[in-house]
Design a protein around this ligand. Structure first.
Ligand code: ADP
Length: 462
């Protein structure tokens, strides 16, 4: 297809163009030749009438000689015809005495000068011969080949057509390879994209074979996209299996609890109460997981629209600390807020911001042993606010730090079941901070403590 287009665009106009030029040149030369022949015929016609060649038999040989010379010199055939259409003289001597009433002769007798090129390329001109009373007494008919220039043009035309044919073939061959060079790698890329759209994200394009730069870039971009899609697909699968697993655990314990009561006879009332309390706490846990999941999903789908409002943050954080205080007190943990700036105004979505920061403080309390210390600070520069939550808790191992924002990721599963975590809190915090166009960083040392540092721009441009 590409090849055909190139041929149409490149070769066809060239052929048309050269042919038109040659045709115009040819016509020009034929026209010039006609004019020349007409003037020769007129000269001869004048001589014939002036010398009375047609009447004066004594001048016959002179007449013959004149025609012969002229015909030889100019290399054309001269035929002289009288008014009745009979050939009086012929430079080729073939047709003397024959009747020669061709179209050109009739028109010339009608007092029109005729010049015409026949299909075979021979040019005929005919002019009438007049006597002294302007009566038409005959016709001079000259037939000649078109001149040398015209023949040369014809030759050049033939050669250039041949050259064009060769060029066309060469272009076609070149185009064939060029299209192969471009379309083959594109086909490769397309093939992989089609496979990916069918769900095979493990497909990659072999970049080694692609020599064309832009297409190689495209292939690399395509491979990166495939990698990303594969990651998304894997994390989606992990997420689904994590959700199922997390929900299955409380369900199994509820089943065990209820079955153990059902299978026993004469169960004391206290046991009923105790088991039902356990079941209720499992239901609470499931509810907690489902609520967190719903929050996350909504954040993901941008279902909860983010609405930024300018707010003073010191007060908001003091309120969060106040709400968390009882939790900290229960473990005799010091929970301090260090106020670095008197006023920090920023565009935030209040509900989401409070949720995100509460998660951080709640975690700090959860993962800090009794008599520990938690410090929250808030600072800002011209562009960003910086909020840090530091604890003297259990810390996080270096290799775990990158994973804690993943959904359901918990460093120590057994410990977390006691502390009641769902493994979703930091995912929610992370998503929320991203929605505020900010970032979150963690520094931590095992058994010494962790610091979560949040940066959020003071002004939101949306
Ligand atoms: P969870 O509901 O289990 O607390 P999070 O998503 O809030 O889930 O946290 C993920 C994991 O990161 C936690 O299970 C815990 O192992 C670790 N983590 C979070 N915050 C802290 C902290 N302040 N100190 C130590 N470990 C932490």
């Amino acid at each position: 297809m590409l090849l055909l287009t190139y041929m149409l665009v490149g070769v066809v106009p060239l052929v048309l163009f050269t042919n038109t030029i040659f045709r115009t040149m040819d016509e020009y030369f034929v026209q010039e030749r006609k004019k020349e022949l007409l003037s020769q015929a007129n000269i001869l016609s004048g001589k014939i009438s002036a010398s009375h060649y047609l009447y004066d038999n004594t001048k016959w040989s002179q007449f013959n000689e004149e025609i012969r010379q002229m015909s030889n010199k100019e290399n054309f055939r001269i035929i002289v015809i009288d008014s009745s259409g009979i050939v009086v003289n012929d430079s080729s001597r073939q047709d003397i005495g024959k009747t020669y009433l061709v179209q050109e002769v009739i028109e010339a007798l009608d007092n029109k000068d005729v010049s015409r090129q026949q299909e075979d390329g021979v040019i005929y001109v005919a002019v009438s011969i007049l006597d002294e009373h302007s009566n038409k007494i005959g016709v001079v008919l000259i037939s000649a080949l078109s001149n040398d220039m015209s023949a040369t043009v014809g030759e050049i035309r033939k050669q250039s057509n041949m050259l064009l044919a060769i060029i066309a073939i060469m272009v076609a061959i070149l185009m064939y390879f060029a299209t192969k060079f471009f379309t083959e790698p594109l086909k490769k890329v397309l093939g992989v994209i089609i496979k990916m759209s069918e769900g095979h994200f493990d497909q990659r394009i072999d970049i080694k074979g692609i020599r064309h730069n832009e297409i190689a870039d495209l292939a690399v971009a395509c491979n990166n996209m495939a990698e990303r899609l594969e990651q998304v697909d894997t994390s989606r699968q992990n997420f689904v299996s994590n959700v199922s697993h997390e929900l299955k655990t409380p369900l199994s314990s509820m089943k065990v609890l209820s079955e153990s009561i059902l299978l026993q006879e004469d169960v004391p009332k206290e046991m009923y109460v105790e088991f039902l309390e356990d079941i209720t706490s499992e239901v609470d846990r499931m509810t907690e997981i489902i609520n967190d999941l719903l929050t996350l999903v909504k954040l993901d789908q941008k279902e909860i629209p983010i609405t930024f409002v300018k707010a003073e943050l010191n007060q908001i954080i003091i309120d969060i600390i106040k709400r968390m205080k009882p939790l900290a007190n229960a473990k005799d943990i010091q929970l301090n807020y260090i106020l670095l700036k008197q006023e920090v105004f920023a565009d935030i979505d209040k509900t989401k911001f409070i949720l995100a920061i509460s998660n951080l403080v709640e975690n700090a309390i959860k993962y800090t042993a009794e008599y520990g210390k938690i410090t929250v600070t808030l600072d800002c520069d011209h562009q960003n606010l910086f909020l840090s939550v530091s604890d003297t808790g259990i810390g996080i191992a270096e290799e775990e730090i990158n994973k804690i924002f993943e959904r359901f990721y918990r460093v120590d599963k057994t410990r977390n079941r006691e502390t009641g975590g769902t493994g979703l809190g930091l995912s929610i915090t992370h998503s929320t901070i991203l929605m505020h166009n900010g970032s979150i960083k963690v520094t931590s040392k095992e058994k010494e403590g962790s610091t979560f540092l949040v940066r959020i721009p003071l002004r939101q441009t949306t």
